[in-house]
Design a binder for this molecule. Structure first.
Ligand code: GLU
Length: 419
C-alpha cells in the first residue's frame, strides 16, 4: 500500500542515471566521482526489549549523500527487505529531488531492517526511540532532518522528535518533518506528495493538449501517496479507473469512487470483492489502457518484461524508482512520456522544507499558503524540465537529472574541496 522496496538493482539504476547525466553534461570527472560517493554512511545496532521479555537486535542505517546545497534531508523506512544499497540509491535520489525543486537541502535516507507490521505499538516506539538515539550524533536541525517514508508516519516522527528533544534538554520540533500539526508539523504535509503528483499531471496534460475532465487514470498502490493522488484527481474531474494494493487491484472503466475505495480498504484490508469492479492483478493493472499511469507502490515495477506492454499515454512516477534502466530505454524507444520521480513526487520533500522553515521561525502558515507555495514550486520545476527536454531533445528524466546535478555540481565547485 505504500512506496516500497526495490531489488538490488536500485543502486545500479541510480549510478547509471548519474553516469549518463554526467556524460551528457560533460561533467568534470572529479565532480562526477565526488557525486558517485557518499559523505557519510552510518550503520547502527538497535537493541529492543520485545513485549515477551526477549531482546532483539535490529540493524539500522543513516546514509548521507551530499550536503553541498544544505543540510541532509530524507525519510526513514522500516522494512524487512531494507538494504544499504537501496538506501544509497534513495539518498542520492533525495539530493537530486531537493536540488531540482530548489529547496536548500542535500540528500539522505535512513532505515531499519524489521517488519513493523508484527510489532506492538510499544515495541515500535522502543525501536524508534533507540534508532533515533543511535543516529543522534549525525542528525540535527542544521545537519540532517529525517522524515516519514515506507512504514513510518507522523506518530513515529513525534517519537523521534521527543527522543531527540529529551536528550538535548529542550524542545526541537525542526529535527524531523512530517510530524503531527500540534507539535510543529505543517498543515498540508500528509497529502503533499499526492497533491504534488496531481499538480504534475495537470501540467503534463496541458502540454499534451489533453483535458483533465474525464482523464482516465490508473494508480498502482493506494496508500498515503496513491490515495491522495486519487482524491485530488477526482476533485479535478479525472476518472480513476483502476487502483491496487499489494494484495491486488480492481478496475471499472466507468470510474471508481475515491471515498468508497478508502472506506472499503479501511474495513476490509484489501480491494477484493469491491462492488461494481472487476478484479485485476498488480501486473495486469500496469497494462490497462488509460491516459495516465501512476505507479505509486513499490520500486522496480516497470521492467523490461512489461515496458513493451504498457498502454498508457503517459507515466507519472509517484513511487521512488518504479522504472528500471532497461524499461526506461524501451519506453523511450516507444516514445512514451515518463515524468520522473524526482520531479513528480517532490511534493513531500517540498512541504517538508516548508515545515522546517515554519519550525525554525516558530511561525505557522495556513493550508492555503502551503498548497499555493507547493504549486508554485511544482509548476516551476515542471516547466524548467519540460523546456530543457525540448531544447536538448532528451526525455524528461534526462532533463530533470541535468538540472538537478548541475545545481549540486555548481555548489560543490564554488565551495571547493576542504582543505
Ligand atoms: N520520504 C519522502 C520522499 O522520498 C519525503 C522525504 C522528506 O520529506 O524528507 O520524498
Amino acid at each position: 500500500m505504500s512506496q516500497g522496496i526495490m531489488t538490488h538493482s536500485a543502486w545500479q539504476t541510480a549510478l547509471t542515471q548519474l553516469d549518463s547525466t554526467a556524460k551528457l553534461m560533460m561533467l568534470p570527472e572529479d565532480v562526477h566521482q565526488t557525486l558517485r560517493n557518499f559523505d557519510r554512511i552510518l550503520t547502527v545496532s538497535v537493541p529492543v526489549r520485545m513485549d515477551d521479555g526477549f531482546l532483539r537486535v535490529f540493524t539500522g542505517f543513516r546514509v548521507q549523500h551530499n550536503a553541498s546545497r544544505g543540510p541532509y534531508k530524507g525519510g526513514v523506512r522500516y522494512h524487512q527487505e531494507v538494504t544499504l544499497d537501496d538506501l544509497k540509491a534513495l539518498a542520492m535520489e533525495m539530493t537530486w529531488k531537493c536540488s531540482l525543486a530548489g529547496v536548500p537541502f542535500g540528500g539522505a535516507k535512513g532505515g531499519v531492517i524489521c517488519n513493523p507490521k508484527t510489532f506492538s505499538k510499544s515495541e515500535l516506539e522502543r525501536l524508534t526511540r533507540r534508532y533515533t538515539y543511535a543516529i543522534m550524533p549525525i542528525i540535527g536541525i542544521e545537519k540532517d532532518i529525517p522524515a516519514p517514508d515506507v512504514n513510518t508516519n507522523e506518530q513515529i516522527m513525534a517519537w523521534m522528535m521527543d527522543t531527540y528533544s529529551t536528550n538535548n534538554g529542550y524542545c526541537t520540533p525542526g529535527i524531523v518533518t512530517g510530524k503531527p500539526v500540534n507539535v510543529g508539523g505543517s498543515l498540508g504535509r500528509t497529502d503533499a506528495t499526492g497533491l504534488g503528483i496531481a499538480f504534475t499531471i495537470a501540467s503534463a496534460i496541458k502540454h499534451k493538449k489533453m483535458n483533465l475532465k474525464g482523464l482516465k487514470v490508473v494508480i498502482q498502490g493506494y496508500g498515503n501517496v496513491g490515495s491522495a493522488v486519487g482524491k485530488f484527481l477526482s476533485e479535478m474531474d479525472c476518472k480513476i479507473i483502476a487502483v491496487s494494493s499489494s494484495k491486488g487491484g480492481i478496475y471499472n472503466p466507468k470510474g471508481l469512487s475515491c471515498d468508497a475505495l478508502i472506506n472499503y480498504y479501511r474495513e476490509n484490508g484489501s480491494f477484493e470483492h469491491f462492488p461494481h469492479a472487476e478484479g485485476v492483478t498488480n501486473e495486469s493493472l500496469l497494462e490497462l489502457s488509460c491516459d495516465v499511469l501512476v505507479p505509486a507502490a513499490m520500486g522496480n515495477q516497470i521492467t523490461q518484461e512489461n515496458a513493451g506492454k504498457i498502454k498508457a499515454k503517459m507515466i507519472v512516477e509517484g513511487a521512488n524508482g518504479p522504472t528500471t534502466t532497461e524499461a526506461d530505454q524501451i519506453l523511450a524507444e516507444r516514445k512514451m512520456p515518463v515524468v520522473p520521480d524526482i520531479l513528480a513526487n517532490a511534493g513531500g520533500a517540498i512541504v517538508s522544507y516548508f515545515e522546517w522553515v515554519q519550525d525554525v521561525q516558530c511561525y505557522f502558515w495556513c493550508e492555503h499558503e502551503v498548497n499555493t507555495r507547493l504549486k508554485n514550486l511544482m509548476d516551476r520545476s515542471y516547466e524548467a524540465v519540460y523546456a530543457l527536454s525540448r531544447e536538448k531533445k532528451r526525455d524528461m528524466r534526462a532533463a530533470a537529472m541535468m538540472i538537478a546535478v548541475k545545481k549540486v555540481a555548481d555548489a560543490l565547485l564554488i565551495r571547493g574541496i576542504y582543505p
